[in-house]
Ligand binder design. Structure first.
Ligand code: HEC
Ligand code: HEC
Length: 342
């Protein structure tokens, strides 16, 4: 009797140990999902390592990057909202100063070749300089930030582990942040499971929505990333602020009112929508495409066919499209424990 109990307890402990081991998944670095194209990010210049990723993650959540130690990257890019800023039409930064644009989600950026709503930044490794030095965001200088990191007690050894150098250069600082950001991969939505034939099917209404989506939306919101990475004017009424998008970068009048086509992955978590967060629901967005598109300069030609502006979407089609778009939400991504504050 006594022996049997010992055996059971021993088996239990072995089981517990095996479970614990199973949860401690080894760090695999950057893995391309099988239904995604080759990434654009140059991994040959910045290979993702466990130490580099963990350093980037710590930096991303640390308000030490802002002038008065109050704002971190994560203040405006929140993990449970696919790293967007839920409920904020435009960003709120240091001293509660207001920005002019909506915080985009940080996901699948290894496949992007331009960043920001106007594509003003073309290299992910240069992206963090913008918020750090922006007056309304973190309002500091790179030199100040690097100095604070150098005199801290925690960061020099972490940089040494990640890059073999404890002096903390701007390059290593930016590469660490990129290592964290490229690992923010969203590829476990229902849509992905269906595409990868993981034994899950669309419901009939989702299937019907998918067909409509391919017909009416996919020319810009191209699968599997749900963006073609182009700059397009989708006909939003011009707001009081008169943000002219891509034109502000190129000063080419053919680019007035063009904005980067955003991905539609995780829109269930990233409300409000558009570059200025003007719409608070997907239904509002579909109503806009159906009846709110304006003929402003450089309107996408597909939105002005035979005198009809926008995309016709009936009430029944709207329900189907909404059902399909929900399959792009990725609960595993927004709950991924390896991406939350360390
Ligand atoms: C005060 C809010 C705020 C803070 C703080 C902030 N961001 Fe952002 N972020 C934004 C907004 C707003 C945009 C879009 C700006 C635009 O298009 O002009 C953006 C854009 C981005 C993008 C481009 C995404 C894309 O798909 O084009 C990346 C990457 C990014 N931020 C990373 C960071 C990092 C890294 C930090 C910290 C160093 C940071 N952000 C801090 C608000 C913020
Ligand atoms: C001609 C290109 C084009 C087509 C076709 C198109 N869109 Fe868009 N879409 C855009 C652009 C550009 C934006 C961003 C505009 C801005 O913010 O100024 C956008 C924004 C959105 C947004 C907001 C996303 C966010 O994160 O803010 C949603 C949702 C959306 N589109 C859904 C759809 C749906 C559904 C369809 C089909 C019924 C569709 N789009 C067709 C170009 C297009």
């Amino acid at each position: 009797m006594y022996k049997k109990q010992t055996v059971i307890i021993l088996l239990f402990l072995v089981g517990l140990y095996a479970c614990k081991k199973g949860l401690d998944n080894p760090f695999l670095g950057f893995q391309k999902p099988s239904n995604f194209p080759e990434p654009a990010y140059r991994f040959s210049t910045n290979e993702v390592t466990k130490a580099g990723f963990e350093l980037g993650r710590k930096l991303f959540y640390d308000p030490i990057l802002s002038h008065n130690n109050t704002i971190s990257c994560a203040s405006c890019h929140i993990s449970y909202a696919a790293f967007s800023h839920p409920g904020h039409n435009v960003s709120h930064g240091i001293h509660d100063r207001l920005g002019t644009r909506n915080s985009p989600p940080i996901m699948n950026l290894a496949w992007s070749t331009s960043f920001m709503w106007d594509g003003g930044i073309f290299d992910l490794d240069l992206q963090p300089i913008a918020p750090i030095t922006n007056h309304v965001e973190m309002d500091d200088t790179m030199a100040n930030v690097l100095n604070r990191l150098r005199i801290s007690s925690v960061y020099p050894p972490l940089f040494e582990q990640a890059f073999g150098d404890r002096t903390i250069s701007g390059t290593h600082f930016l590469k660490a942040l990129s290592q964290f950001m490229v690992m923010c991969i969203s590829s476990h939505s229902k849509y992905d499971s269906v595409m990868r034939k993981e034994g899950i099917q669309f419901s009939p209404i989702e299937e019907a929505g998918y067909a409509l989506f391919q017909q009416k939306c996919a020319s810009c919101h191209q699968e599997p990333l749900f963006t073609n990475h182009a700059f397009v004017n989708n006909g939003l009424p011009i707001s009081a602020l008169n943000d002219q998008g891509r034109y502000g970068i190129t000063l080419d009048s053919n680019h007035r009112y063009q904005f980067k086509v955003p991905s539609l992955r995780n829109i269930g978590y990233t409300t409000p929508y558009m570059h200025d967060g003007r719409f608070s629901s997907v239904e509002q967005v579909l109503d806009f495409y159906n009846s709110g598109v304006q003929k402003t300069p450089n309107l996408a030609s597909s939105f002005n066919q035979n005198g009809r502006l926008g995309i016709s979407i009936s009430a029944a089609e709207k329900t189907k499209l909404v059902a399909f778009l929900k399959t792009l939400d990725d609960v595993y991504f927004v709950r991924d424990k390896t991406l939350v504050e360390p």
